[in-house]
Structures are given as C-alpha cells and as structure tokens.
Design a protein around this ligand. Structure first.
Ligand code: PFF
Length: 466
C-alpha cells in the first residue's frame, strides 16, 4: 500500500508546491493591511519573530508527522498508533473543506478582476465600490440581483483547481506550481520596482521600515501569530498531506526553513508594494484590509499610477496564482483523505467534492451583499449573534478550527508521539538536527500556551484576530 502512494517527482517540485500552499491571499492582501495597522516596521519585526519561534517548529512537526506516517491527515494518527487523536485530522479536513468553499469564491472574484482590468478598466476606475458591489449582486440603486458574475468566475476558478488535482500529485500539482510560482515571483518583482519608484512612495517605505515601541502590544503580537499560522498554512494539517509525499532522503529542516523564508519574503514584499503605493496615490488613510481593500481601494492606486492598467492586470494575476496554488493544497488534502479513507476514485472524488464546495461557496458570495443570509456565532464576550453567513464561515475557521487543529498537532507531537519521534524523523535524511532541545520546549510548552491564549482571546476576550 505504502509503495503505491504518490510522491513528489523532485525536491524542487515539493518546495514550490509547499511554498505555493503557504503563499496565498493571506500574504498579498491580508498581510499589508495588518502590517499597516500594527505599525509598519514594528509589525514586520514581530511577525518575523512569530515565524521563527512558532512557524518553523510547527511546520516541521506537521511535515515530519506526514512523512513518518505516509498517510493523509486522519490516517496519520492511526498509522502513528494513536487512533484516539484522529479528531485533530478531522478538524483539519473539515476546516480545509470550509476554507475551500470561500477561498475558491474569492479566487473567482480575483479572476474576474484580471478580466476587468484587461477589458473594463474605465468602468472599475469610474466607481470602484459600485463595480465591486455590482459583481456581488448589489446595484447602484440599492436593488439586488443574483451575483451571477461572481459565481460564474468562481465556477471557472474551481474548474481550474479540479483539473490540476485530477492530474495528480506529480503530473498536476507539481507541474502547475513549477510554472505558477516563478511567474508569481517575477510579477512581484515588477510590481515592487513600480511601487517604490512612484513619487511620494518614500513616506510609505519609511513607515514600513520604522520601529515604534508604543505599537508593541499583546494584541499586535497575537495578531502577528494568527497571521503567521494562516499564512504558513499551519493548523489545517495540509502539510501532513504534503509531507506524506516526501521521500525519506529529504532534509525536512532545511526545506521547512526555505518554505517559511519564501512565504515571509512574499508577505513582506507585498507589504512593501502595497503600503508605499497607497501612501503615494491615495494617502495613508486608505490602507485597509480585507476584500474591500483588495478590490476597491487599489483601483485608485492603479488609476493614478502611470501604466496602471497593465500593473493592475499583473497584480490580479499575481493574486490569482497565489490563490490557485493555495486552494489546490486545500483540495488535495481533502481528496487524499477521502480517496484513502473510503477507497474512492480520485477523479470522481475530486469532481464531487469540488461541486459541493462550490455550491456551499455560493452562499458565501450571495451573503456578501445580494441576500441577507445569516450565520450563527456564539462567544463569551458577545453572546449569541447572527453575523452574515460569509463572516460566520470565516470566524469558524480562523478563530476556532485553525487554532484547535494547530493545538492538537502540538499536544500530539509534544506529549503523545513525543518530540524524540519527530526528531528521529527529521534526522532520517542523515543530517543532524542541531536544535533538538529548543524544538522540544517550543512544541511541548510555548506553542500550546500561545495557541491557548489566541483561542481564549477570541472566545472570551472579544478580540478578533482575523
Ligand atoms: N496560506 C494561505 C494564504 O496565506 O492565503 C491560505 C491557506 C492555505 C490557509 C491552506 C490554510 C491552508 F491550509
């Protein structure tokens, strides 16, 4: 059985695919807004510490669990001899399922905007907010209609994902990332040169390089930690699946450091593109976060920038590649689980699961503006509430499921499977792992405490980290 498992065709293929999973919408549109709110350079520095102290050890843990077990997220716990912990894998699969439902729809909007900048840029510039809302089914006169444009593009986006997944690990995922990732880096560099050479960009650059002690707070640290988890794809057990396709000869530690470095570099570069560009064109007040920012405020930036239309197309292409490679990893993790656990066929499973996720995602898109669909939420600080369905989906994954799954992985690796087993797996390639003690302390004590604090803050403290 183990011998027939898919494997990465090359080391580069794995690194690009894992970096592709990590580098996503989180890096390019969430990070710059958070970095701005967290004080620019101050946030960047705190974020770097979070990646080094928590990101690297947790990624290393997930990858070693995957490679040691050569199994999917749920099967991993069975294979390692602790069936009782498979709930961690279930939370991971379910979380990946819910994230894919909305991630694929946001990917669809991004695809729509590649088209919009290429063919309808004047309409976007004319009324950026109106254009965005019209895509989501809310007309200028406040009447609503079915958001068919957004949904059509989401269907196309999901189709691209399904095609890659059906082609398999080496023939599909690896091949796609080998083209998509270099393209992403190239576009990033072009946009960086454009942004920092804009007249007035120095202010934004200065801000992104500044350090201000007064901005260092508990909330900033937790916000950086939450962002690091999301950005590195930690806590959805995706990396267990990707690690399970790795041959024993691979140096896990070196690969982990490389993937974390690439992901962090892209986030920081995106910050150094967007913040200076917004400072130079719209002014500091317009740096924001979330969907509205990526689709609305940036229109003003591209409108005022020489060659803005071309750079607009490039920016959304960048976002598109990033979203695709991340979404592919989410779907692969689900498909790997379903095909191995239930013995289902890969093609039929992919088609089935993508269709269901796309349909649930339609509720996400519809609840943005067109229809008042409500979700359900409960927390100690705010009690019972009925947020928009789209918000409830994000709360569920970002505030609960990602931290829960990450906590489960830490507790499992720290106390049940034991750091020694992870270290043995890490050293399989024959290279000594020099930070055994530090790793064990982080995974057993420090990381679980930090995650419990995040959970506590979002459940009891009313602090929103997403
Ligand atoms: N890391 C991706 C991003 O930064 O957008 C999002 C993501 C992908 C989160 C896969 C979780 C995951 F399992």
């Amino acid at each position: 059985m183990d011998n027939s498992r898919a494997q990465w065709g090359s080391k580069l293929g794995f690194i690009l695919a894992a970096a592709g999973s990590a580098i996503g919408l989180g890096n390019i549109w969430k990070f710059p807004g958070r970095a701005y709110e967290g004080g620019g350079g101050t946030f960047v520095l705190i974020y770097l510490c979070m990646v080094i102290f928590f990101g690297v050890p947790l990624m290393l843990t997930e990858l070693s669990m995957g490679r040691a077990s050569q199994a999917n997220v749920v099967g991993c716990f069975h294979k390692l001899g602790h069936k009782g912990w498979s709930w961690v894998g279930w939370v991971g699969v379910l979380g990946a399922f819910i994230i894919t439902c909305y991630y694929s729809h946001v990917g669809g909007w991004v695809l729509r905007y590649v088209y919009s900048y290429a063919f309808e840029a004047p309409e976007v510039y004319g009324d950026p907010l109106g254009y965005f809302y019209a895509t989501l089914g809310l007309a200028a006169d406040e009447t609503t209609h079915f958001p068919w444009v957004a949904i059509l593009f989401a269907a196309l986006f999901m189709l691209c994902n399904a095609v890659v997944i059906i082609r398999g690990v080496e023939g599909g995922i690896e091949k796609f990332n080998k083209i998509g990732m270099p393209a992403l880096f190239l576009i990033l560099v072009i946009l960086l040169v454009r942004a920092v050479t804009l007249p007035g960009a120095e202010e934004g650059l200065k801000y992104m390089l500044s350090f201000d002690w007064s901005k260092v707070s508990f909330t900033t640290v937790l916000s950086a930690l939450g962002q690091a988890f999301y950005s590195l794809s930690i806590g959805m057990a995706i990396l267990i699946t990707y690690g399970s396709y790795l041959p024993r000869t691979e140096n896990l530690h070196k690969n982990t450091v490389l993937i974390c470095t690439m992901d962090t570099l892209v986030a920081i570069l995106a910050g150094f593109i967007i913040v200076p560009a917004v400072f130079a064109t719209l002014g500091a007040d317009h740096v924001g976060k979330g969907g509205g920012f990526a689709f609305v405020s940036l229109a003003g930036v591209f409108e005022q920038m020489p060659g803005g239309r071309l750079f607009g197309v490039l920016f959304y292409l960048l976002l598109l590649f990033a979203a695709l490679t991340s979404c592919i990893s989410l779907i692969e993790s689900i498909v790997a689980f379903l095909t191995e656990h239930f013995n289902w066929k890969r093609t039929a499973t992919t088609i089935g699961v993508c269709t269901v996720m796309f349909l649930i995602g339609c509720l996400y898109t519809c609840s943005q503006a067109a229809y008042p669909l409500k979700g359900f939420w409960i927390d100690a600080a705010g009690g019972v509430s009925f947020p928009a369905f789209c918000d409830a989906m994000e709360y569920l994954t970002d505030r609960l499921m990602i931290p829960f799954c990450a906590l489960g992985c830490c507790l499992f690796a720290g106390w049940v499977w034991k750091p020694e087993s992870a270290i043995r797996e890490i050293e399989q390639s024959g290279v000594r792992f020099g930070m055994k003690k530090t790793y064990a302390v982080i995974i057993r004590y420090i990381a679980p405490l930090a995650i419990i604090t995040i959970l506590g803050m979002s459940i009891f403290g009313g602090i929103t980290l997403s």
